[in-house]
Every structure is written in C-alpha cells, then in structure tokens.
Design a binder for this molecule. Structure first.
Ligand code: TPP
Ligand code: MG
Length: 737
C-alpha cells in the first residue's frame, strides 16, 4: 500500500488546542489532502478524456475521515455512497485502486471496469459494493447489522456446509461490530431513508447513519428536500437513537462525534445519527456547474468553510507544522496521487469475454445434477382431489396442496439450514408472542408460513413493517453477510415499491462487484388472477418484467410437487430467486401430490412434458398449465394431439425441451396468463421464429390476457384472462393453418 497513514515527519513540539494529539491532526490532514488531490487528478484525467466520469468528495473530507478513524476497518461494515473518497482512503482503499476504477481497468478491485469511479467496494475492508442509486444502501446496512447480531446469537449458523450456497460464503462476525452507512441530505427524501430508520430504531441495531449535508442535491437546495431545512429536527423523535449534529468541516469535532456514535452502537444501545454540515466547493460532479444556480456570495461563504483550508490554518496557527513542512507533505502526497494515476493508466483493460462473468454464481449452477433429486419421492397427481388437509411437513402419502408443500419445504429447509430467516408482512404466527398460548397464529395471509414462528422462534420468523423496499433491501444486507433470507411480498401487485431494490441492488450485487459480493436471497410472491373478484390489485401478472433482469432467477411452478422441489433449489442455490406462487393454484385440486421428503429438489431450467402429443407444441407455465390440459383434452376429441410443455422456471428456461418438441410437431403456441403484448411469450416466440424457422409448418401463435388490467366483475375478468376455450380456439386454428 502506497499511503502511509501516519505522518512521515516530526510534527514539531507544539500541543494541539483540542483533545487530539498533533500526530493525529497531521494524520487527518494527510488523508484529507490526499483525498482532495486524488479528486483533482481525476478531474484532470477527465478533462484529458483519459477517464469517463468524475464525482468528487471535496468539502466532505473532515466528516468522512472522522467516520473512518472511529471504525475498525475489516471488522466493522461500511455501506458508503459515491462521495465517500476520503472515507475509503482512510479505511485503506489505495489511490491506485481508485484510479484503476476511474480508467475502468481489468484490475479495478471494486468492479473490474463495470462501475463508475467512486462506486466503492472492498471485500477485505468490509466496504460493500455501492450503486449509483441514492439511499438504497441504508437498508442493506440495516440487514447487515441484523445478520451480525444473528450470527453472534447463533454462532453455529456460521459453520460452512457442503451441498448448497453455504459452501461458498465465509462468515465473519465478532458480536460487537458496527455498521456505518452514509448519504447526502437530499437523499433523505427517499422513502427508504425512513424505512431504514424505522427498523434500526425498532430493533436497536448498531448502525451509524451519517448525513453529509452540503446543502444541495445537485441544484436543489436543502429546504426543497427537507421541510424546515434541517433533517435532524425531523428525525429527533425516533426512539433508541444517539443523535449528533455537527460542523462537518471541523475535523476534530467530526472524529469526536463519530467516536461517541460508534461507542454507543458498539455497546448495543441502539443506532446513531450523525448529521454533518459540510460544503461543496466543487460542483456536484464534472457534469454540473454550480454557477448556474448558486449566487457568488453563497459560493464564497462556502469556500471560507473549506475543511482542508481550515485544518491547514490550524496546523500552522498552533505551530504543529511549519509552512515548509506543509509544503513538503503536500508535495509528497501530490506525487502519490500522480504516481497512482500513472500506474492506473497503464493497467490492462477488461477482456470483452469477461462481460458475462458473475451475472450468476460461478460456483453453484442451479441447473446442475446436484439439484436433480426429482426421482426421489412422489408422483404428481394431475387429475383431481383426494385426501389432503395436512399441514406443515407432516409426513404421509396422501395428496397435498401446493400451499401445504411450500409450507412443508420451508419447515424442512429451516430445520436443515440455520442461516434461513423468514420475514414479510403478516408472515409471523403472532408478533405478540404471548398470544400464541391461546391463538392458532396467522402465518401469512395465505397461511404459507403457518407454524414457522412457533417452531423456529421470533428471531428467525417475524413480521416486517408494511414496506416492500424494506423487505427486499434488508434481504440484500442479510445475504451479503452469508445468510439466506426467504422473504415474502404479500401480493405481486405490491412488489413495485421493492422494484428499485430488486432491479438495481439484489440482482446486480454480484455483477457490479465482479463477484466479490452476492445477495442470493429468495423472494416468494403470490401472483395471478382467476380469483373471481380479485380485481386490479389482487390479480396482476408481470413475470416478464423480472425475466428481463439479468442476475435474477425466476421460478413459476404449476403444481404442488414442483413448488416443493423448486423452492428447495431456490433456497439452496447461490443466486437471488423470485419465486412466483399462483394464488389460484395454492389449494387447487389440480396438481396435488404426496409429501416428497426433505431432500426432494428439482433443478432449474428443466421443463416438463405434462402431456405428450405429436401435432402441436403448447408451451406454458403457472395457472395456464391446467387450462392448457383442459384445452388439449378437448382438442383430442377433434383428433388433434397437443404436447403440453410446462416450463416451470422462466429464467433459466429449457430451450432444449422447446426445440425437441417443435422439431417433432412443427406447430407451436406459447400461452400465458399475463398480457400478450411484451409478455413472456414474445421472447419465446421470437426465438423460435429465429432459430427453429425451418422446422415450422405454421406461424408461432401466442395466447395471453387482453392488454388491460383485470377487472373485478367476473364477466369482465373471464373475458380479460385467457380461458381453456381461448387456448382451444388457438389450437384448432393453428392445426388448420
Ligand atoms: C434514486 C436516485 N435518484 C436520482 C439520482 C440522480 N442523482 C444523483 S446524485 C443526486 C443528488 C444527491 O444529493 P444529496 O443526497 O444531497 O448528495 P450529494 O450529492 O449532495 O452529496 C441525484 C438526484 C440517483 N442517483 N438515484
Ligand atoms: Mg447534498
């Protein structure tokens, strides 16, 4: 490492006026100065078009160095934002590493040339990969703190285990580690800021929240984002917090404030909130010019508070360093920045062949034979009802519903893997545990998590706040620490507040950090219509929106046995999984199956021929599987043999099975419940037309819902969603083509 943190020269004999030693003040100055010089050098490189983006940390250095020096690097955890250069330097990220990211080098340790500069990540230093999305990192910090606490209560859960994702995740915990997360004052307007404070406060988590308040969010002044202009005043009533509002340009005050905040958190007293008033002497980024929206007087007043100048003046005033010593120190650090930049400019660039690496786990392939225990256990009953009625993982050979077998899988896996936590809205049996002596418990609005809290306790199964981003954002934090959150979004219709976390964080964590971090959480989501009265907000589909996200596995079972085996694979694999459960199928007589045992798994990407046929291939999944079977049965009466292929998983999907079937039948329909335009079938149909054209005797047909929402009145609902008759008509038409 090229940066010596301590002073390289004798700082003179003078004593500092405050509580800090002269050596400490010089150390802080060195870090602050170097941070500024790395910014300046990057700005130069950007102007020379040798790098492609620049965002600076100027004016924030004192606050950030104070935060870093109060922490134990590689012991505590950090979820920074893009402005945190001085923080990261002080934690141990080197200037060379920073420039490697700026040039987009293959050897960029934070992202391998994938992220913009100042998008920090260091596995060794526990700096978790950060995105450009403001505020998302706060919920990760909360989940991370929860995971740390969990491991300290259950150290046995940290043991490595073979045969699933646990083989690839080293667990580090100490029991008193602190999590630091930082953001700008404008970003406190995001709902996720409040969602993070909510959980940190409620659970007294050891998270230090730091607001770096430079008075602007690009061009928007603080009073527009924050009613009254002061975030500290708005959050003052959150219970359990330690609060500090400080001059973030006063290096000594900053370090002191963070030492107190960290001590409070480390002692387990609750979270802390440090609000530092800083300045922004440069514009927001090189793409911004603050002269367009700030008065000269205001910018001059800011310049007077530049923390670097202030500390330099103090060092001189108190005789800690002479002019000559300051000059020598600065020249030395200028060279450090220059040499680091030169080095980075010569670094090798990433290979184009590396692009697809780390979209998914490189270690554990969920399509592999490791998960092919399908033959073990039972046979699915595709015809109709019988027996059932048992709950949990109670053994027995009578057919059980999809709801039963999902619940059974959750019980089995939680018994097997102590790293699993289950949370979401209403998923607990009862948050007020004492009530469980006299009540049966809720266990989810569809009862899919029934009995889990009772068996595994409130630390592993609990209700979340009514906030979907909170659910998924915390899951990211849990998962980067090596835990396996299996969370529930109550209805697919309400997944949208979590979309930002799913798209920009959960699915991206591995790729953007070039494999250094991953967040293989499972999100279970009841989906779909055919409910007779489900209406607009309890009937939505929309799976193709999620299959369009690289890094995210999407599973959509159509029967009890598949749901059981695929959920097991979802939990044991090393990728994030969206597990879609059709509400209409939960307790359907169709597709019940006996309990297949606790090791029954189905690999992803393996379609199933649920009905063989030679005339037409019908590709489908979810609630359209039983409807397609009904249509196929009727078609048979007209002499048409339809082969029904249940995809079971949508990403990955079984192209080979599709191709084999189409080569046999030469006619194909893709049918799904979701709207036809831009639906999942559009991609499958396009690929068939592209790659199997010579095997087709007719155009590729699609069946799906009308391009509208699902209405409440059943007459409308029936017309909007595809019915067996709709599918039959498509079959007959296609055969006649
Ligand atoms: C969710 C989201 N919305 C918008 C942006 C675009 N953006 C980037 S920085 C920024 C302003 C942030 O201001 P603040 O939180 O005060 O931090 P500062 O840059 O001032 O340190 C905006 C709007 C973004 N990155 N993420
Ligand atoms: Mg700001």
């Amino acid at each position: 490492m090229e940066l010596a943190i301590s002073s390289t020269r004798e700082p003179g004999q003078a004593a500092a006026s405050g509580g800090l030693s002269p050596e400490r003040l010089v150390q802080i100055y060195r870090l602050m100065y170097l941070s500024r010089r790395v910014d300046d050098r990057e700005i130069l490189l950007k102007r020379q078009q040798k790098i492609f983006f620049q965002v600076n940390g100027a004016g924030h250095e004192a606050l950030q160095v104070g935060a870093a020096l109060a922490l134990r690097p590689g012991y505590d955890w950090v979820f920074p934002y893009y402005r945190d250069r001085a923080l990261c330097l002080a934690l141990g990220v080197t200037p060379t590493e920073m420039f490697l990211q700026a040039v987009g080098a293959a050897t960029d340790t934070a992202s391998g040339g994938r992220q913009m500069p100042a998008h920090w990540s260091s596995r060794q230093l526990h700096i978790v990969s950060t995105s450009s999305s403001t505020t998302t990192q706060l919920l990760h910090a909360v989940g991370c703190a929860e995971a740390g606490r969990y491991f300290s209560h259950h150290p046995e859960a940290a043991a490595r285990a073979q045969g699933d994702y646990r083989a690839y995740h080293d667990i580090e915990f100490h029991g008193d580690e602190v999590v630091l997360t930082l953001l700008g004052e404008g970003s406190t307007s995001q709902g996720e800021f409040w969602e993070a404070l909510n959980t940190a406060s409620n659970q007294k988590l050891p998270v230090v929240f730091c607001v770096e308040d430079n008075g602007y969010a690009i061009s928007v002044p603080v009073e527009v984002n924050t009613p009254g202009g002061n975030i500290s005043r708005l959050i003052a009533n959150f219970p359990n917090f330690h609060f500090a509002e400080i001059d973030g340009t006063d290096a000594e005050a900053c370090l002191k404030a963070f030492e107190e905040a960290v001590a409070y958190c480390r002692a387990g007293l609750g979270p802390a909130f440090v609000h530092g008033h800083v300045v922004r002497p440069y514009s927001h980024s090189l793409s911004d010019d603050d002269k367009l929206y700030r008065s000269t007087a205001e910018r001059e007043a800011d310049a007077m508070r530049d923390p670097l100048t202030k500390l330099q003046m103090r060092l001189l005033r108190e005789g800690i360093l002479t002019d000559e010593q300051i000059n020598a120190l600065e020249q030395e650090l200028d060279r450090v920045a220059e040499d680091a930049a030169e080095h980075a400019l010569e670094a090798p660039l990433p290979k184009v062949e590396s692009i697809s690496q780390n979209v998914y786990s490189e270690d554990l392939d969920p399509t592999s034979s490791l998960f092919a225990t399908e033959q073990v256990g039972a046979r699915v009953d595709l015809s109709g009802p019988a027996g059932g009625g048992k709950t949990g993982s109670e053994k027995g050979s009578s057919p059980r519903t999809m709801a039963d077998l999902i619940n059974a899988c959750l019980h089995d896996e939680m018994r097997r893997d102590p790293r699993i936590v289950v949370y979401g809205e209403d998923v607990a049996d009862a948050s007020r545990e004492a009530a469980l002596d006299e009540v049966k418990g809720k266990g989810g609005v569809f009862k899919l998590t029934a009995g889990l809290q009772t068996e595994f306790g409130s630390e592993r199964v609990f209700n979340s706040p009514l906030a979907e981003a909170n659910i998924v954002g915390r899951a990211v934090g849990y998962a980067v620490r090596g835990m396996k959150p299996v969370v529930e979004i109550q209805f697919f219709d309400y997944i949208w507040p979590a979309m930002h976390q799913i798209h920009n964080e959960l699915a991206l964590m591995r790729w953007r950090s070039n494999g250094a971090w991953a967040s293989p959480a499972v999100i279970r989501v009841p989906i779909g219509g055919y409910l007779t009265g489900g209406a607009i907000y309890h009937s939505q589909s929309g799976e193709s929106i999620f299959t369009h996200i690289p890094g995210l596995r999407v599973v959509f079972p159509s029967n009890a046995l598949d749901a059981n085996g695929l959920l097991r694979t979802a939990i044991r694999c090393d990728d994030p999984v969206l597990f879609l459960e059709h509400k209409r199928l939960y307790r359907e007589t169709y597709g019940r199956a006996p309990y297949p045992g606790p090791e029954f798994a189905i690999p992803f990407g393996k379609a199933k021929i649920v009905r063989p046929g030679s005339d037409i291939t019908l590709i489908t999944y979810g609630a359209l599987v039983p409807r397609a079977l009904q249509a196929a049965q009727k078609a048979q009466q007209q002499g048409i043999e339809v082969e029904v292929l249940d995809l079971r998983t949508l990403n990955p999907y079984d192209w080979e099975a599709i191709a084999i079937s189409i080569r046999k039948t030469s006619r194909v329909i893709v049918a799904h419940e979701d709207m036809i335009s831009w639906g999942y079938g559009a991609e499958i149909a396009a690929r068939i037309a592209d790659e199997l054209f010579e095997h087709l005797d007719a155009p590729v047909r699609r069946v799906g819902a009308m391009d509208t929402f699902v209405a409440y009145q059943p007459v409308l609902e029936d017309a909007i969603l595809p019915q067996p008759e709709t599918i039959l008509k498509a079959i007959v038409d296609l055969k006649a083509y």
